[in-house]
Design a protein around this ligand. Structure first.
Ligand code: MN
Length: 499
């Protein structure tokens, strides 16, 4: 998996020449100081690059187009230090293709009551200039994030940092390529969708190969490489042989997954795909349903969707891209709503899948088990087993409503199950949705959310929701503020707006 680009963000200050050269010199110096401070704050995940003050239509247009062309630029931060007549921005804004943050700040934190005069006020009038600017953004319906407050304020910096994550999702979305080596599971509705529309809306390329095309790669892997990776797995994970297989047979099953991992990875790398779907009923010549193999590929950053679920595969990849390099990351995975605990006061949803949960969300020890599948017709697949971390996360479901997409984002609280589940040979998580189990679950069902989700501890609902808004689709939040009546109104509003 190729490392992501080292993205940068441009800092663009608006002004005009009405107040003289001295004023413009101050404006440029202030912007330089702000950029330097923000870059040294340690709060921002990416560097900000200062650009010369923008004072004319021509320069604004030229600068925005340079930002469009610069492959390293993931977004622009704009701020009006003085007044800057907004008609000057119209053409540039019309042509801007990069994510936009409107930083509504001011150089000085406090009004200098004793010294303030008209010169000072003309020079420091963000309250005035940014209103003119925001007006034209609103009139032109330019999607943007607005952050209000002094630039030294940590909350302000955190909001800029948060927007940067969304911006990475927006610029990287169109680089996502999903490999389908199986069609959607027969008769299943929610994993289906319009792949052409997904490319138009999100930029995703979704291609199909025969599963035996990828099998050829698996089959061609050198035995020595398979052995080396199997040894590595035996060192890294606990081997949990429950007695179903001899030790030798157990190892052979694990090595089959090592072979699949190496073959799949080679295929994905060579053909430049970043996400993959499989289907237990369409395995060609593969000996086992890819379990351990897919789990480890997800941990390396690949997206995955089971039973042909390419929407989930792309969403998992997107969320992995958005959280790549995050400090103290807790993990991102595909999950599936499987079984409930409905005991009063202990309600929750057991999250799992047949095999394919990403070990990035694991808490503590990870083991390997080899057990039969209840479905499919292949040999017992090896898989990683663990329980997930505790803490807050978001579960996302992108659904196709026939004429449009809807992104549902549910805030969930993950915790340990009351007791261990020794007979369950798969990785699990257990969560309760906000605002409570009953309202959260009812909301999910009303909104049409799927059973497969893309889950992350490391993204906020706002960060992912802002991505959805930038893609021009309906976003439905299920969180601590959700009640059924307003959710229904929001869905009606969504229907009115998005059709
Ligand atoms: Mn499934």
């Amino acid at each position: 998996m190729k490392a992501l680009k080292k993205y940068k963000f441009w800092f663009l200050t608006g002004s005009q020449d009405l107040y003289g050269d001295e004023c413009l010199k101050h404006v440029a110096a202030h912007s330089a100081e702000i950029v330097e401070y923000l870059n040294n704050s340690g709060t921002l995940p990416f560097e900000i690059v200062l650009k010369p003050t923008l004072i004319t239509n021509e320069v604004i247009r030229k600068t925005f187009n340079e930002a469009n062309l610069d492959k390293d630029c993931a977004g622009v931060i704009t701020w009006m230090h003085t007044f800057s007549p907004a008609k000057s921005w119209i053409i540039g804004l019309k042509e801007l293709k990069k994510p936009l943050l409107h930083l509504h700040t001011q150089f000085n934190e406090e009004i200098p009551y004793d010294k303030i005069d008209m010169d000072f006020m003309n020079e420091n009038q963000s309250a005035h200039g940014d209103r003119e600017y925001a007006h034209i953004l609103t009139r032109m319906e330019i999607p943007r994030t607005t952050v209000v407050g002094h630039w030294k304020n940590e909350d302000v910096q955190n909001k800029i940092a948060s927007w940067m994550t969304t911006a990475i999702g927006i610029v990287e979305s169109s680089n996502i390529r999903v490999l389908r080596v199986a069609d959607n599971m027969r008769n299943v509705a929610v994993t289906e969708g319009d792949k052409v529309e997904a490319q138009i809306k999100f930029g995703w390329e979704i291609d199909t190969y025969s599963v035996n095309d990828i099998f050829e790669y698996v089959n061609g892997i050198d035995e020595a490489d398979v052995n080396a990776l199997t040894d590595e797995m035996y060192e890294k994970y606990d081997i949990i042989n429950t007695g179903l297989h001899s030790d030798e047979e157990f190892r052979r099953h694990v090595s089959e997954q090592a072979r699949i991992e190496l073959g799949f990875e080679k295929f994905l790398e060579e053909k430049n795909y970043h996400a993959i779907v499989t289907h237990f009923d369409d395995l060609g010549n593969l000996m086992q349903l890819p379990g351990l193999a897919i789990q480890r590929l997800m941990e390396k950053g690949y997206g995955f969707g089971a039973e042909g679920d390419w929407k989930v595969a792309a969403m998992v990849r997107l969320m992995k891209v958005m959280t790549a390099g995050k400090k103290d990351a807790k993990g991102t995975s595909m999950l599936e709503d499987y079984t409930y605990n409905l005991v009063s006061g202990k309600e929750g949803i057991l999250q799992s899948h047949m095999l394919e949960i990403c070990p990035s969300i694991a808490d503590g020890k990870i083991g390997i088990r080899v057990e039969p599948l209840s479905m499919g017709n292949r040999e017992d697949p090896a898989r990683l087993v663990f329980t997930a971390k505790e803490g807050k996360g978001i579960a996302a479901s992108l659904i196709d409503l026939g004429t449009r997409f809807r992104l549902i984002i549910s805030k969930v609280n993950c915790r340990k199950t009351e007791k261990e589940m020794p007979n369950l040979p798969v990785a699990t998580s257990f969560w309760t949705p906000e605002p409570d189990f009953y309202t959260g679950t009812e909301s999910w069902l009303i909104a049409g959310g799927a059973h497969h989700t893309a889950f992350s501890y490391d993204l906020t609902a706002e960060q992912l929701g802002a991505w959805g808004e930038a893609m021009g689709i309906e976003v439905v939040y299920i969180d601590e503020n959700t009640d059924i009546r307003s959710l229904k109104q929001n869905l009606m509003l969504g229907k009115a707006i998005y059709g």
